[in-house]
Design a protein around this ligand. Structure first.
Ligand SMILES: [Zn+2]
Length: 267
């Protein structure tokens, strides 16, 4: 089944808890709760959000702060990154949102093996704490859009094979931008799915938008239909999958774009 919804609260909602019934009314069934600038939600509020989501059939996920960098040269930043992820993980456990999306880290001119060793070490460290606390959540490693950031589809899939408790977050626009326009044909979409399927997961969590980019990768996200890529060639590939796909629209048009994508998929 394909689930669709916005990143952040839909138009007309003033809060996350209010969003769930609005999404249901609009015919949507997913939402990514945005903790991208701060993590201030109280556990009591998370509980209400979770109940509202369940009542309205909304599949929740969360996005952790943009400032996270598990490969920072500054120890303090790495420590803060872990703390942010713990706080989001606890809220996710309460809300019953099974995936935290985040951008794992930047290269800082280091060798790929070193970057991956550092990121892997931090992931394992955090997963021990997550397991100890009994938080039911997976760390969602996002395919990133800037070449300075770690995270091609191949790298993310390999890391997830290696570290139990992680799952890729396929950001289609980021993949397109990183490759300087990597999504053009049906085969381009099929390639990403085939990479993902090496993991044998029963769900794919992904982000979708259009994007502006240059040779170094991502500049900014754009609304659906406002730029590249054209998702047309990939639509039939999304539809033929037998496992669940959660599509989060990371655009300014949010729920309007989620509905646009729903129509494009003929759902
Ligand atoms: Zn992201």
């Amino acid at each position: 089944m394909i689930y669709l919804g916005p990143a952040g609260i839909p138009h007309g909602a003033k809060s996350t808890r209010e969003s769930m019934s609005i999404l249901k009314e609009r015919g949507l069934n997913a939402m990514e709760v945005e903790f991208v600038y701060h993590v201030n939600t109280k556990p009591e509020t998370a509980e209400i959000i979770g109940k509202e989501a369940k009542k309205n059939g909304i599949r929740l996920s969360a996005h952790a702060p943009y400032y996270i960098n598990l490969n920072s040269k500054t120890k303090e930043t790495v420590k803060k990154s872990r703390i942010w992820i713990y706080r989001v993980a606890e809220l996710c456990d309460i809300m019953e949102a099974p995936i935290i999306a985040f951008h794992p880290g930047f290269h800082h001119g280091m060798k790929k093996e070193v970057v991956e060793r550092n990121i892997r070490r931090q992931l394992n460290y955090m997963l021990r704490k997550i397991q100890k606390e009994g938080w039911s959540v997976l760390l969602g490693l996002e395919v990133t859009g800037k070449k300075s950031a770690w995270g091609t589809i191949e790298d993310v899939v390999e890391m997830c094979k290696d570290v139990e408790g992680t799952i890729p977050v396929v950001d289609w626009a980021h993949h397109h931008a990183r490759l300087g326009g990597g999504l053009k044909t049906k085969e381009d979409f099929e390639y990403v799915f085939s990479k993902y399927e090496e993991l044998g997961n029963d769900v794919m969590h992904c982000h979708l938008s259009c994007i502006r980019y240059r040779d170094r990768g991502e500049i900014e996200h754009q609304d659906l239909g406002q730029g590249e890529p054209d998702y047309g060639p990939g639509l039939s590939v999304f539809k033929e999958k037998k496992y669940d796909i959660v599509i989060i629209l990371e655009t300014k048009a949010k729920d309007d774009d989620a509905l646009k994508m729903k129509r494009m998929l003929g759902l």
